[in-house]
Design a protein around this ligand. Structure first.
Ligand SMILES: Nc1ncnc2c1ncn2[C@@H]1O[C@H](COP(=O)(O)OP(=O)(O)OP(=O)(O)O)[C@@H](O)[C@H]1O
Ligand SMILES: [Mg+2]
Length: 255
């Protein structure tokens, strides 16, 4: 059984950045094979990890739809998707990456998502760790990209709104048929000089955090280095070890 870690939260709180740091932490500190999943149709995890996308689940579905002569004889659609997925995994140093990709045009992602869910379930069996970066908000929870999450990180920015949003995500996750092992809040982008920082520091958020009922795994400071790398379109991992972030994962992720 693989150990599944998922990252969720309001838009722009740093989900993808922290998912990339989790991948980096796991490949350096845990023994075992590792699959990173970009379940956000607007794929950016590969950039944070410094990897070009080889293919996407949506790309595979488009390819099947465009096949004039149908699937190769004797192959079921599921079997064919499985075969193509193996071929479309991007290989990083110490991990593989699977991306959902974005369906063309408006319309809904339901079908691509159902396929992604099946793909994740089958692929997971071959990995010790699976890290899933989700799109912003709560939609992905109702689509249940993962049915079992061993360690669920809800990311908030340094604001009451962010923490209230994290609370709603946590509540919804509790109402869904998703088995969640451990659930943590991470407050990201704390202003420099926190706890005395410009917005009054983490003390100001303590009441809101307590009301959320979420366990605070840690506070990640705003780091110019992270912002600069993103601005330059460079991978966020591999630049240098981030002690605060590593400490959070060391204390929370098992396996
Ligand atoms: N601790 C940090 N210090 C400085 N910049 C950060 C930090 N965490 C994230 N960022 C920056 O904030 C921006 C948003 O981060 P990111 O893309 O990880 O958020 P997200 O929650 O995945 O966004 P989306 O909801 O669009 O998927 C990026 O430019 C990223 O580099
Ligand atoms: Mg993201």
């Amino acid at each position: 059984m693989s150990y599944t870690i998922a990252v969720a939260g309001k838009g722009g709180t740093g989900k993808t950045t922290l998912a990339a740091f989790i991948v980096d932490y796991l490949r350096k500190n845990k023994k075992g094979s590792l699959l990173a999943v970009d379940a956000d149709p607007n794929s950016t995890l590969n950039e944070c990890l410094g990897l070009a996308l080889k293919g996407t689940v949506v790309g595979i579905l488009d390819k099947i739809a465009a096949m004039k002569n149908g699937l190769p004889s004797g192959m079921t659609k599921d079997r064919y998707i499985e075969y193509e997925v193996q071929d479309s995994l991007s290989e990083g140093e110490g991990f593989d990456l699977l991306a959902m990709g974005r369906p063309e045009g408006p319309g809904c992602y339901c079908y691509a998502n159902t396929v992604l869910r099946g793909v994740i379930e089958r692929l997971s069996k071959g990995y010790d760790f699976v890290v899933i970066d989700n799109e912003a908000g709560m939609e992905h929870l109702s689509r249940r990209t993962a049915r079992q999450i061993d360690c669920f990180f809800i990311i908030s920015d340094f604001s009451r709104i962010g923490i209230r949003s994290a609370r709603r995500i946590s509540d919804l996750a509790g109402e869904m048929e998703i088995k969640i092992g451990k659930k943590y809040l991470i407050v990201n982008m704390a202003p420099e000089g926190s706890p005395v920082g410009a917005t009054g520091g983490i003390e100001n958020l303590k009441g809101e955090i307590a009301a959320s009922g979420l366990e605070l795994a840690g506070v990640v400071p705003f780091e110019k280095n992270i912002e600069d790398l993103a601005l330059a379109g460079k991978p966020v991992i591999g630049s240098r070890e981030n002690e605060e972030i590593n400490k959070i994962f060391k204390e929370t992720i098992e396996g």
